[in-house]
Design a protein around this ligand. Structure first.
Ligand SMILES: Cc1ncc(COP(=O)(O)O)c(C=O)c1O
Length: 396
């Protein structure tokens, strides 16, 4: 068997260098712990970037996937399959929305949402110059449509021209959104809690104001719940705590808890008048294996009472992180909702803290250049939080 160093070299010599990876080869997981090839144990407060909500090695989840693998892995969308029907039903029940389209990733869910919004507007006036308002410091993915609504010029610049008609406004600033609206606006897209941009929850007045604006002008509200959805903030979808239903919602990450799957979900209005047969497609989307995962994730959220647990435990995490802000001068603020938390770091490179933590057996990740991000599996306990704080302080 090859050693870690050899695997890293093999990867570096063959995989396109678009990531600066940490020098660790992860091999297996158990609960909220990961193990590398050399057997070193890590407490995981990154969950594969807010993906592995149920923790590693959940027996029922693994069993459901094994059973599906033995039955049927793929069929295409030319036919029906049972996990797709079940997963769709459960996702709609959890969201109260009308129709779902399964994708293979978050970025593809955003592409679908953009197409649905444009088609909705096109059906009204047949014009092809509709506009979308997105937020500065947002992140929606790397494909060209999703990149076009991602408010980060560093990610966008080399790939221009992007899709046209996108305007940017300031998150949590209703006036700036109002100022960007024109007759041509077909959609406003935002993350209910901004993730990559540094963990900024939408303020209630802002989200409600945007929703009202959308209703008045018949603009579709697209809420990106790819990172903040699926129980992470203590409700199944973050918007539910605000009582602000989107016209289109995007999901991915914890939707499949590790199996690549995403979805865009339409409310009644968008479902009735947007995408029709022939307008959109995917070979893999709605694949039986991915949908068996989605279906089981919803079952286990209910069985393990995940939402209740997140509501209970997150106060403890907040208290502990607030304690760090009080104690260390270079930490200026804690922000977040539920088990999606960030610490604003001033005057120290976040990357160095992340690397040091890794050495100390703790996985935390950054969000942008100034924020330490905490997005653990949703099954974390007080003991895990205490262990995380201890390891993090050692890394400071
Ligand atoms: C809010 C948000 N939207 C979209 C994406 C893109 O999802 P994916 O990486 O699955 O394409 C991400 C990924 O980090 C995200 O956090």
């Amino acid at each position: 068997m090859m050693c870690s160093k050899e695997y890293m070299e093999l990867a570096e010599n063959s995989i396109l260098h678009t990531y600066n990876r940490f020098p660790v080869v992860l091999e297996k997981g158990e609960g909220v712990y990961l193990y590398d090839l050399d057997g070193k144990k890590y407490l995981d407060f990154g969950a594969g970037i807010a993906v592995f909500a149920l923790g590693y090695g959940n027996e029922e989840y693994n069993e459901a996937l094994k059973i599906q693998i033995d039955k049927l892995i793929h069929t295409s969308n030319l036919y029906y399959n049972t996990p797709m029907a079940e997963a769709a039903h459960k996702l709609l029940k959890a969201s109260g929305m009308s129709r779902v389209f399964f994708t293979n990733s978050g970025t593809e869910a955003i592409e679908g949402a953009i197409k649905a919004a444009r088609k909705y507007a096109w059906l009204k006036d047949n014009s092809t110059d509709h506009e979308i308002i997105a937020m500065r410091h947002s992140f929606h993915g790397r494909s060209l449509g999703a990149l076009s609504v991602t408010g980060n010029s560093h990610y966008q610049e080399p790939f221009k021209p992007l899709i046209g008609g996108v305007k940017f406004a300031d998150f949590n600033d209703l006036d700036s959104v109002k100022a960007a609206v024109t007759e041509k606006t077909c959609a406003i897209i935002l993350e209910t809690v901004q993730g990559e941009g540094g963990i900024y929850p939408a303020e209630e007045g802002f989200l409600k104001g945007v929703k009202k604006l959308c209703e008045e002008k018949d603009i579709l509200l697209i809420l990106d719940e790819i990172q903040c959805g699926m129980g992470r903030t203590g409700s199944m979808f973050a918007w539910q705590a605000y009582g602000t239903e989107p016209d289109i919602m995007t999901c991915a990450k914890a939707l499949g808890c590790g199996v690549p799957v995403g979805a865009f979900v339409l409310g009644e209005k968008a479902a009735e008048k947007s995408l029709e047969p022939g307008d959109h497609g995917t070979t893999y989307g709605g694949n039986p294996l991915a949908c068996a995962a989605v279906s089981k994730v919803f079952d286990l959220f209910e069985k393990q009472d995940i939402l209740h647990h997140v509501q209970e435990i997150s106060g403890y995490l907040e208290k502990k992180l607030d304690g760090l802000v009080d104690k260390y001068e270079f930490l200026s603020e804690r922000r977040g909702k539920g088990l999606m938390q960030g610490l604003e770091v001033a005057g120290r490179p976040v990357g160095e803290i992340v690397s040091k933590a890794l050495e100390n057996g703790l996985i935390v990740i950054s969000a942008g250049n100034h924020v330490l991000r905490f997005v653990p599996p949703l099954i974390v306990t007080r003991e895990h939080i205490d262990e995380m704080i201890e390891k993090l302080e050692k890394s400071f």
